[in-house]
Design a protein around this ligand. Structure first.
Ligand code: PMP
Length: 426
């Protein structure tokens, strides 16, 4: 028995499923989750003393690699002054100013403590601002686990085959309309039907919770036009894509301006942080200036602000995102070539610092339906073979992969060589 197996058995006695977030349990791939003891740069170490090249990166936050010395130092310095005050600090202003500088569509921003809080609050704000109840989301997109958003959700819910969770009243779910990602005709049809009842569209501008599916040309542009026509709020959920696909997020990469943006993961440098922001006209609709209530005891926590600010400062370096994209591209091209040589059907997608690969003979995957039709058994085998090779991929065929600034050419080459050997054994 490995130490991870031992810990997993023990964890299950006290924690539901042995984990504090479902996808960590390896439900999608079977076997025992790794119990992590430390992580440094591009590597993660488990309780059995194994080292892995890590493409999970805490599910996205570790864009500068694990335990970056400058981020660690900023946290240590902030800790000297106390852990939380529940009162305003200058660090919050610095954070807001930095976010506005990097994501110009954001004129005002509010900090929260998770991506779920960011999307949940943005939806409430959009509903309050428009006076409408219905929201539109896309099948396979995940926006956290707030009730209205856990309807046909992706990520852990999709992996486990329970897209509509019990515990969500039908009366809530009925206000969530769901259409196909990358299908503008369906969006137009549903707006034609519900016209001025739809408060907002919420979308992952690059879908990262049904593997990695970028928008097809014209899709995001079309969403912008529809929202303008029907006076609906366009919300980009950039919890995953923010500061990753490009410095200014997917909205900079694709040059589309949303009304509201949700941020998370990278913005906290590894601390529990999220944020939502956008046009002043809409943001000033929240309390204490406006009537829509939103709050948080630990929002803008000084330690989290210190970590996040340092992370944003480090990743603002010219050329960093081009390098991240070059790594995503190298992995995708390397995997495709290695799979082809082994006679395995595989296609890939990438955008900036996120990528995905699909076991399928389709040329390109652009829809949720295509993603779910891929060979999941093959993915499971590949995942475990890569783990044996010392490469830690996301333990689900429905998650994007993440590269970080600390993945060197050596790690990328080693990863592709590991994939070559794994494909040969499939
Ligand atoms: N939105 C997106 C696009 C996400 O990927 C996630 C988390 N994977 C969330 C929202 C929810 O964030 P959190 O887990 O921090 O609540």
């Amino acid at each position: 028995m490995t130490i991870s197996q031992d810990l997993f058995a023990r964890a299950q006695q006290s924690i539901p499923g042995g984990v504090n977030s479902p996808v960590r349990a390896f439900n999608g791939v079977g076997g025992t989750p790794l119990f992590i003891t430390s992580a440094q740069g591009p590597f993660t170490f488990d309780a059995d003393g194994n080292r892995y090249i890590d493409y999970v990166g805490s599910w996205g936050p570790m864009i500068m690699g694990h335990n970056h010395p400058a981020i660690k130092q900023a946290v240590l310095e902030a800790v000297e002054n106390g852990l939380s005050y529940g009162a305003p600090t200058e660090a919050e202003i610095l954070m807001a100013e930095k976010v506005k500088e990097l994501v110009p569509s954001i004129e005002k921003v509010r900090m929260v403590s998770s991506g779920t809080e960011a999307t949940m609050s943005a939806i409430r704000l959009a509903r309050g601002f428009t006076g409408r109840d219905k929201i539109l989301k896309f099948e396979g997109c995940y926006h956290g686990h707030a009730d209205s958003l856990l309807v046909k959700a992706g990520s852990g819910a999709l992996t486990m085959g329970v897209p509509n969770s019990p515990g969500i009243p039908e009366d809530f779910a009925k206000h969530t309309l769901t259409v196909s990602f990358n299908n503008l005709d369906e969006v137009k049809a549903i707006f034609a039907k519900y016209a001025d009842e739809i408060a907002c569209i919420i979308v992952e501008p690059v879908a990262g919770n049904m593997n990695c599916i970028p928008p097809i040309p014209g899709f995001l542009e079309g969403l912008r036009e529809v929202c303008d026509e029907y006076k609906s709020v366009l919300i980009f959920d950039e919890v995953m894509t923010g500061f990753r696909v490009a410095l200014g997020g997917a909205q900079a990469y694709y040059n589309i301006i949303p009304d509201l943006t949700c941020l998370g993961k990278v913005i906290g440098g590894g601390m529990p942080v999220g944020a939502f922001g956008g046009k002043t006209q809409i943001m000033d609709y929240i309390a204490p200036v406006g009537p829509v209530y939103q709050a948080g005891t630990l929002s803008g926590n000084p330690i989290a602000m210190a970590a996040g600010l340092k992370a944003l400062e480090l990743l603002s370096v010219e050329g960093l995102h081009a390098k991240l994209e070059a790594k995503s591209k190298a992995i995708c091209e390397g995997f495709e070539a290695a799979a082809k040589a082994a006679g395995i059907a595989l296609t890939t997608n990438y955008a900036g610092g996120m990528y995905g690969f699909f076991f399928t003979d389709q040329d390109k995957v652009t829809t949720y339906e295509q993603a779910t039709q891929c060979d999941l058994e093959r993915f499971k085998k590949f995942f475990h073979l890569m783990l044996e090779e010392g490469v830690y991929l996301a333990p689900s065929a429905f998650e994007a992969g993440f590269v970080c600034s600390e993945h060197s050419e050596q790690e990328i080459t080693d990863t592709i060589a590991a994939a070559q050997r794994a494909f040969a054994k499939l």
